[in-house]
Ligand binder design. Sequence first.
Ligand code: ZN
Ligand code: ZN
Length: 259
Amino acid sequence: MKLTFAGTGSAFCTAADNFQSNMILETTNTDTGQLARMLIDCGTDARHALHRLGLWPKDFEAIYVSHLHSDHIGGLEWIALSNYFIFRRHRVDLYLVDELIEPLWEHSLRGGLEVSDHGDSTLDTYFNVKPMAPKGSFNWHDVKMDILPVDHIVADEGKMLSYALFGETKSTRFFVTTDAIFDPDAHMPYYRKADIIFQDCELGPRHSGVHAHYDQLKTLPDDIKAKMWLYHYPAYAKPDAVADGFCGFAMPEQSFDLA
Ligand SMILES: [Zn+2]
Ligand SMILES: [Zn+2]
């Protein structure tokens, strides 16, 4: 199993050589023996990021959605319409927790997808929707994924969760934080048991409070930082993460062997 970053940038990253933080998992389809791909999140610039990798919407068997910010779901209309009209109605399995399904359709996708060649399309017209429990798990070929709700935005009036992934292959346990506040108490059990951590990381002068900031992550124990790759960073100059004890900043198109 291989994980490749289509991009490693933040939602607002405008670096000429980077895109939003979407990832591609590749493994062997246990039924057919063919290559299978899952896209972990599909942001507004996914069509450019995937094109650079030579990939099209038809090349994915599955998409996982962590939460509803547009750097994670803004490319789904493109995927849906491309597969429906261009790629012979290729259907992608869409994995997401059940409480995201209605808002994803009603508040994000319906405006562009309800009327296509007929007027009453739904999410099921385009995708094989796979509703997941918020703390559930699913098997995708040779990987078991646990879904971990993590706090992303905590406001007086409400909270936005993201649904992180803890994956386990035959030999590797990996933790993808998706978008999360710095919350070492909540995340430490997963930090500890992971062999490799992909951690969202904010840079620059502003601490938004909705992502872990580099300055906060630096305070983690050395043995955690030593297996942590940083991603979802804006286009500021990067500090020397290796000198600070991290594996480093994941780079766009960088791949990791998780077999
Ligand atoms: Zn994001
Ligand atoms: Zn987000």
